[in-house]
Design a protein around this ligand. Structure first.
Ligand code: MF3
Ligand code: CO
Length: 257
């Protein structure tokens, strides 16, 4: 679907400082959106809230016009319930009991921050709450594994083992990715894999980790809008993402306030 720039770019401390700033602004814009997630709000209004904060910081989203079946129209992705990723903001009204993944990106001084959270609207079932918690924990596990010498396979294996032990499923199609001057750089970081396989992590690598978890199946479909990815069986899904840098002292999350 998307052709990625595969090159792996090791960042200098100066570049990491810029990415820290990109990530901080991105986290702030995303937090403003999360505050507005209430029954009755449309996903287009959430997109506008994100853009309003970006305007204040004089930054833009790398999602806007991202090449695909047609240029991506939003600054964020809003993926509701069975929608896993790449949901397009629009007239849809969010309702009590929905869960929505909000995925936002920011380009600051030429560098990208990429982050997402899944938020429940009001009261959701205990099983839905468990899905959200497991996905958030899966991201924590991925982050813990971002140490020099580990491989992308080690990261994927840890995520997959945990998620499947909880009875949920991981997509095989969509993955985490290097991030820097481009939103998608190498290496690809699948949320499944075998220990020791894949690419060795090195100090200065900046990676967007993003476990995408499905309740009933690992299979996905693409909806008629040609962007929105949903579970093939209509079951609920969740998605969390952080941009993280590998350092000698362990992982550092760049997308935080
Ligand atoms: N965080 C997502 C990703 O890493 C967002 C991309 S949406 C797109 O792929 F529309 F910009 F492609
Ligand atoms: Co991403």
């Amino acid at each position: 679907m998307i052709s990625w720039e595969r090159s792996i770019n090791i960042k200098t401390p100066y570049e990491i400082q810029i990415m820290r700033e990109a990530g901080r602004i991105n986290a702030e814009a995303l937090a403003a959106v999360v505050e507005r997630v209430k029954p009755g709000v449309t996903t287009a209004e959430l997109n506008s809230a994100f853009e309003a904060v970006q305007k204040k910081f004089d930054v833009i989203s790398p999602f806007k016009n991202y090449p695909g079946p047609y240029p991506y129209p939003g600054s964020i992705c809003t993926s509701v319930n069975e929608e896993l990723v790449h949901g397009i903001p629009g007239p849809r009204v969010l309702e009590e009991g929905d869960i929505v993944s909000i995925d936002g990106g920011t380009i600051y001084e030429g560098f990208v921050g990429d982050m997402s959270v899944t938020v429940p609207l009001g009261k959701v079932s205990p099983e839905t709450e468990r899905l959200i918690n497991v996905t958030r924990q899966a991201l924590d596990i991925a982050i813990e594994n971002m140490v020099p010498g580990n491989t992308t396979g080690d990261v994927g294996h840890a995520v997959q083992t945990f998620v499947e032990s909880q009875g949920f499923h991981i997509t095989r199609v969509y993955t985490g990715h290097g991030v820097g001057r481009k939103m998608h750089e190498g290496p690809q970081v699948p949320n499944y894999g075998k220990p020791g396989r894949g690419m060795k992590l090195r100090e200065g690598m900046t990676i967007a980790l993003e476990p995408m978890v499905l309740v009933g199946t690992s299979d996905t479909i693409v909806k008629d809008d040609e962007w929105t990815v949903a579970s093939a069986d209509g079951s609920l899904t969740a998605h969390f993402e952080h941009t993280v840098v590998v350092t000698a002292n362990g992982p550092e999350i760049l997308t935080q306030r």
